[in-house]
Design a protein. Sequence first.
Length: 240
Amino acid sequence: MENKKKFLSILFPVLFYGALWGIFEATLGTLLHLPAFEAGGLFTKSSIIMVPVAFLIMTLCYKKTGSLISVVFAGLISATIKLSTAIVVPFGIYVYFPAIYIVVESLAMFGALAIFRPSNVLSTKTFAAFVTAAVTYQFTYISICSITAVAAPGLTGNINAFESMANWKKVGEKYLFTYNGVAIIYALALGGAVYGVSKLLTKLNVETKFDYKKILNSPITASATLAVAFALTISLSLVK
C-alpha cells in the first residue's frame, strides 16, 4: 500500500508537469516561431526563451516529487506530446528533432540537479543547476547539429561547429555564450515572477483556505492537463 501511494504521489505530478511543459511548447513555442517574433532577433528566439521555462518546470517537478528520475519522465511525456504532431503533419525532422531536444533538456537538468540537489526552487543551488544544465544542453545541441551536418548534410542545413575555428565562432560561441547569457537573464526574471506568484498564492491560501497544491496534484488535474496538451499540440501544429 505504501509503495502504491508513493508511486501515485510521483506519477500525477510527473504527468501534470510533463503536460504543462507540452502546453508551453505548443503555445509559447509556436508563437515564438511566427515571423513577427523571429524578426525580433536575439531576445525573441525560441531556443533562448523556452530553455528557462523548461528548466523551471523540471525544477518544480523535482521539488514536488523529490525524485530525480521524475525530471526525465516529465521530459519523455513532453516529448511524446510533441511527437503527436505527426498525426496531422508529415513525420520528419520538424517532428522528431524537437522531441529529441526536449529529452536532451531533461537529461541535462537531471544531471545538474543530481550535482546540486537544491532544496528550494528559488535558490543559488537552483541557479547553479540551471547554468550547468543550460551549458550542457547547448553543447549537446551543437554536437547533434554537427553530427547531422556530417552524416546528412542535405537534411537539416546544419553547420559542423567543430570543423573549423570560423564555424565554432559562428555556431559554438553563439549558442554557448550569447544564447546562454540571454537565457540566464530570462531565468532571473522568471525566478522573480515565480517568487511573486508563490507569495500571492500563499496569501490567497491563508486568507481563503484555497488549497491550490491539492488541486495541482490531483489525478483529475493531471489528466485534464494532459488532454489539453495533446489537443493544443495537434491543433497548433497546423499554424504556419
